[in-house]
Design a protein around this ligand. Structure first.
Ligand code: SF4
Ligand code: SF4
Length: 393
């Protein structure tokens, strides 16, 4: 059932401004004291020195789980996340478009791209206009630090110092269209709750989604159009608002996209391109009202990182502001990613006929939303209770 609307459901009270990727906690937790990046960043942001030192200290426990006493399971992290980094290499996510561009109608190109995305493994795919406000202003992701171990020469074909690839470089992107894809995570493994098994599943979906994004982008370039895969470790754009504009779902209180069938239990990737494609409309699933009544992710979050209050203005958009540093510090405490908010969300249920009917009622009948939240609490519990690990020996 289509729930398309002309405008996305988020409100924009102020002028939109771009996010500097260097401000992301995933960039800040990698700042090595005394490195050129750390000195440059903390000269501008002295107020973050203490917090970033905490982030850097904690994250090492997430990065070195194989040194834990449970090596059999701790190594699952390296097994799942280690090879994925290769799919974020600059010469894998991007490249030259082929000579001899194929001229094709937007309708035919859209049908081909969406069909291929689904065949390669995407659980959903939609296409939207790329709002320039969702493009990061500056590069900040760790692989592009001067002395980071994963820097070139590991990135074959890309010379060190290549413009636009180093920490602090301004990011520019001329693409006008974004192909957003959603990939479901295995709910049973995610529900083990911050364990090597949930890490493995998150890594598996990151890897599969990155592979599909890079394959599809390479296909578009082979047709003679510019295309850039936006996947793990190497993003030019903010994936959630881009996906919202394409109608994959709505932004939820927990900061994740809420998809009508997959809920928050998903990973996103996208491809930005100049290929002429038909764009989809955004959707209104009633998530803003549902989240106002629900709060389950916020009350369940072990680090209290999710707002229980009202939406606030963030770079021009009204949204529930996540405290990313609290969230990441909790991951450090756990030694794994957490993902409790993704699993407890009432929308993150298996897509059985029953759950799809309930979701449809939630979309169409605002008065039923409180009752659905209560029913979810009754059947699944208001608090998070971890599922048992799989029997893998
Ligand atoms: S991942 Fe865990 S700690 Fe982070 S916001 Fe979600 S529930 Fe909270
Ligand atoms: S758990 Fe509830 S409040 Fe949180 S994102 Fe899901 S629907 Fe919204």
């Amino acid at each position: 059932m289509s729930h398309e609307v002309d405008q996305p459901t988020y409100q924009v009270p102020g002028p939109l401004s771009r996010f500097d990727e260097r401000d992301s906690v995933f960039a800040r937790e990698r700042l090595v004291p005394g490195s050129p990046e750390e000195i440059a960043y903390h000269t501008i942001h002295p107020e973050l020195v203490a917090m970033d030192a905490r982030l850097a200290r904690f994250i090492h426990t997430v990065d070195a789980p194989a040194q834990s006493t449970d090596q059999l399971n701790g190594a699952l992290y390296q097994g799942s996340f280690g090879p994925v980094a290769a799919l974020g290499q600059p010469d894998i996510v991007d490249g030259q478009a082929a000579d001899g561009r194929l001229e094709i109608s937007p309708a035919a190109a859209t049908l081909r791209i969406k069909s291929l995305a689904r065949h390669l493994g995407a659980d959903d795919v939609r296409i939207g206009p790329l709002n320039p406000a969702w493009i990061y202003s500056h590069r900040g992701s760790p692989p592009f630090f001067d002395h980071y171990p994963a820097n070139p020469p590991h990135f074959s074909g890309v010379e060190p110092g290549t413009g636009g690839l180093r920490w602090g470089d301004p990011i520019s992107l001329s693409h006008k269209t974004a192909i957003s894809m959603a990939f479901a995570q295995d709910r049973a493994l995610l529900r083990t709750g911050g364990t090597p098994y949930s890490d493995l599943e998150i890594g598996r979906v990151y890897a599969n989604s990155a592979l599909v994004a890079t394959q599809l982008a390479a296909y578009i370039r082979a047709l003679g159009w510019s295309a850039r895969a936006q996947n793990l470790r190497h993003y030019d754009v903010l994936l959630v608002p881009v996906a919202v504009d394409a109608g994959l779902g709505e932004l939820g209180r927990c900061g994740y996209l809420i998809h009508p069938r997959l809920g928050a239990n998903l990973r996103l990737v996208c491809i930005t391109t100049d290929m002429p494609l038909d764009t989809d409309l955004p959707v209104d699933l009633g998530i803003q009202d549902f989240c106002a009544k629900c709060l389950k992710c916020a009350t369940t979050c072990p680090s209290r990182a999710i707002s229980e209050g009202e939406p606030v203005e963030v770079r021009g958009v009204l949204k529930w502001k996540l405290d990313e540093a609290k969230c990441l510090l909790y991951w450090g405490h756990l030694g794994s990613a957490c993902a409790i908010c993704q699993t407890v969300c009432p929308w993150s249920k298996p897509p059985t006929l029953f759950h799809r009917m309930v979701a449809e009622v939630a979309v169409r009948v605002p008065r039923a939303r409180r009752m659905i939240v209560k029913a979810d609490d009754l059947f699944y519990g208001r608090k998070f209770s971890p599922a048992p690990p799989p029997h893998w020996g």
